[in-house]
Design a protein around this ligand. Structure first.
Ligand code: ATR
Length: 302
């Protein structure tokens, strides 16, 4: 890696908390592989100071930012421009700082030097596509079309997943959340855009192709299972995906494996959202293999 000098440029992840983030390890490996003189840092930013942090990074001509919990929803109102899909999902996880070249906005990361004039922040969401890519790849699936999915959770992560699954034309989504009203509200949003998706809010009688955990249950060893274990054992869904990647095997995945389901954790989702962010900043193809290796080393310590 090149040493830091006055020409070194920066990107960062902002979160609260942020110490657990695997993004710096993954992104710095990707950046080094692309031979960029950039560094990717991590900052713990209080939600009520998020606007100042984004504006500060813009003033210092950072290349871009990633946003993690709890900033993704807040940032929608804080960027100068927003990608239509990020607006639709209602969450921004990637900010690209851009400047005008020959009257056109281009990423700062594709422009030499710091001489940029006007700079704007442009918000994107790379999470939603990343989950679809991860589901297809991890379960060796060619299409989600027509499938039935039980989605646990209706928070930030589950929300963009549900809206994106509807776009993939899944047949049925069971929206299950501790606070049922949030699931019903999410269902109403899906119905507005994709009237053909069958939406259900109870799952006891369901048989599904896949279960996805989008709740935070499983992060701690003491957490309860996010699903009824008797149902899981009786229905034996073919595939169980947990958006959580640390621990690598949550209690849900352990139980699912025991009964013969194919399982996958959220590592692929994390990888692909990060790879797409790096592509947006640099205009280059992301070195997926190198980023994946760095991620696995960081998360699993191997
Ligand atoms: P994220 O951005 O990671 O999705 P979030 O928006 O805070 O985080 O959402 C967390 C999700 O986990 C929500 O669906 C939440 O359910 P509520 O909407 O009822 O809050 C779910 N969750 C968190 N703790 C839970 C618990 N102890 N039992 C069941 N669900 C829980």
């Amino acid at each position: 890696m090149l040493s830091i000098n006055a020409r070194t440029r920066y990107c960062a992840v902002l979160g609260h908390p942020v110490r657990h983030s695997a993004s710096p390890a993954m992104q710095n490996a990707g950046i080094a592989a692309l031979a960029k003189d950039w560094r990717y840092l991590a900052y713990d930013v209080n939600p009520d100071e998020l606007r100042q942090a984004i504006d500060g990074a813009k003033a210092m001509k950072f290349i871009g930012l990633n946003l993690t919990v709890p900033h993704k929803l807040l940032a929608v109102e804080m960027v100068d421009a927003i990608d239509p899909r990020a607006k639709k999902w209602g969450a921004v996880n990637t900010v690209v700082f851009e400047t005008k070249v020959s009257g056109k906005w281009v990423p700062l990361g594709t422009v030499e030097g710091f001489e940029a004039g006007e700079v704007r922040s442009h918000g994107y969401n790379t999470d939603a596509d990343a989950i679809v890519q991860s589901l297809l790849e991890d379960f060796s699936w060619t299409t989600l079309r027509g499938s039935s999915v039980l989605l646990l959770g209706a928070g930030g992560a589950a929300r963009s997943c549900a809206l994106r699954l509807a776009e993939e034309k899944v047949g049925t989504i069971y929206l299950i959340n501790r606070t049922k009203e949030k699931a019903v509200q999410l269902g109403a949003e899906i119905a507005k855009e994709n009237s053909k998706v069958n939406l259900k809010y109870e799952y006891q009688a369901a048989t599904v192709d896949m279960v996805i955990n989008g709740t935070s249950l499983g992060l701690k060893a003491s957490d309860a299972l996010p699903i009824d274990l008797d149902w899981l054992k009786a229905r034996k869904p073919k595939r169980v995906y947990d958006m959580i990647y640390r621990p690598a095997e949550t209690a849900l995945l352990k139980e699912a494996k025991k009964i013969g389901c194919k399982t996958a954790n959220g590592l692929g989702m994390l990888l692909y959202q990060g790879a797409r962010a790096l592509e947006l900043w640099s205009g280059d193809k992301a070195p997926i293999k190198i980023m994946r290796e760095a991620l696995v080393r960081e998360v699993q310590g191997v």
